[in-house]
Write a protein that binds this ligand. Sequence first.
Ligand code: 9MR
Ligand code: ZN
Length: 568
Amino acid sequence: MIARNEHRRRGIKLIVVSLMAASAALAIVARCGADETRTPTGIRLNTVGYLPDLTKRATVVGAETNVSEFAVISLPNEAVVHSGPLSAIRRHADSGENVRTADFSAFKTPGRYLLRVKGLPDSPPFRIGAGVYNASLRLNMLGFLGQRCGAPVRLEHNGVVYEKGACHLKDGFLDYYDPARAGQIKDGTGGWHDAGDYGKYTVNGAFATGILLAAWEQYGDKLAKLELPIPEADGPLPDFLAEVKFNLDWLLKMQFPDGRVSHKLTRTRFSPMIMPTDDQERRYFVSWGADATACLAAVTAKAARVYRPFDPQYADRCLEASTKAMDALRNQWMDVQPDQSAFRTGGYLKSARSDRLWALLEYWETTGDERSMRLIGQLANLDNYLFDVDWDWGEGKNLGLYVYLFSKRERNPALVEQLQQDLLGAADRIARNHDRHGYGRGLRSYYWGCNGSVARLSLTLLLAHHISGDRRYLDVVVDQLAYLYGRNPYGRSFVTGEGHNPPLFPHHRPSAADGIEAPWPGHLVGGGHPTELDWKDVLESAATNENAINWDASLAYALAAFYDPDAD
Ligand code: 9MR
Ligand code: ZN
């Protein structure tokens, strides 16, 4: 167990800086010579594991053409317990590889195994079993604990202790929100750091929180049983909701008395790779924006429903915040954008259109407010607002449409029918992408944070499964998990601290600065772009190797769906 005090950490930091320089040098060597991030051939599969009753596939690259079989080998005794044919070779254009598929879905016996193909190195070991993703969900939630701002954090994984002190206690200054109050502080402490940087961004904070609350709305019965090692563990709230509340409490502080909401709370420039407690430069509330206000209205309306049974007073507080934000928006429907000209931190800036629909639908669901429904009609015909296949922060409408689709309130039957068909259509498009992709990825494009979007496909797919009962959608979801946990051109897990050969150098400040070799666990890194092969497991690669709460929250949703309390 590695527990360390501040004193030791400072000493180690120097070593780390030189180590970082050495690893950067290595990375340069790697870029010039053999690429360290991936090996060109191998058996790539979900290195965390498979659920007994759902699909189990691996992608095989580099097998000789006369090799036609794969075998499942049990561990530790190395007996052949199952074998099957490799599929025909097909071209996977995204990575430029010739790939074959090993489908061992028919093999369902719980245990520990590896896959063997003649002429190739054995696959990493993996498990088959009920609740095989339970530990992954817990680790993912531990990741959120690690992002907590304004509070000390201590967490443990694989015998390593990760610690940070209470950071950013002067959040934040008002100079840019209201120049007349320059030099004054309003309380904006708490919440999760957005990503590998220490900024707190309302749009993404609300979006990530909205996804976690959506997971609760769908899987709350199970999630209520999830135990997390968080300070609130013995409190009145289920642990999952207690962790989410940590961020909600901060989001509420981003609102001003007139209902408008500040777009973000950050420094003017990103900090260097230091621990959060060493980040002492002033942080500011940025001016208000329509999108931040809409997102806050949406997520607090949702929270009012979710927290009501446990804490009615808190639910009232959330609803009050939502109402005020809705009023502020009603008075200013135009797209008021925050002035971020003094800032080089994350922009999170898009039209507020999609998030306003999210807000209206959540508010309508919570209150039955007819005005919201009328406004939805006025804003645009809902026809223009059908489900996205590929969506991220800034496209909260999808969360709102899900709410409408499952609402118990009186609804327009034609619209419900249309939305159902559209949701199934989106899920089918994802399934088609998945069928065509050599590694079963359901998304066609590669961009900043696309691993998060791969995880987010699970929302559409799981709700499509809920409506239709078609188990094929569940198979596509577990194949997305497989991609993220190692069935990808790297044969590596994209989640820190978990699976085979996971990211070691994420663009995550605490991981870079704390002097511990292993990065903070439970974080999904963004993934390769502009091509599938562009992921670099190096600290500098913010664009492909950072973590972010909207990506982690989407992974949480998928894992929550398969959480099995009976197998804990
Ligand atoms: O997830 C964001 C992605 O969609 C943008 O293309 C990218 C560049 O603007 O920013 C990403 O979000 C980052 C944010 O701006 C600042 N914190 C880290 C986030 C993840 O990289
Ligand atoms: Zn902080």
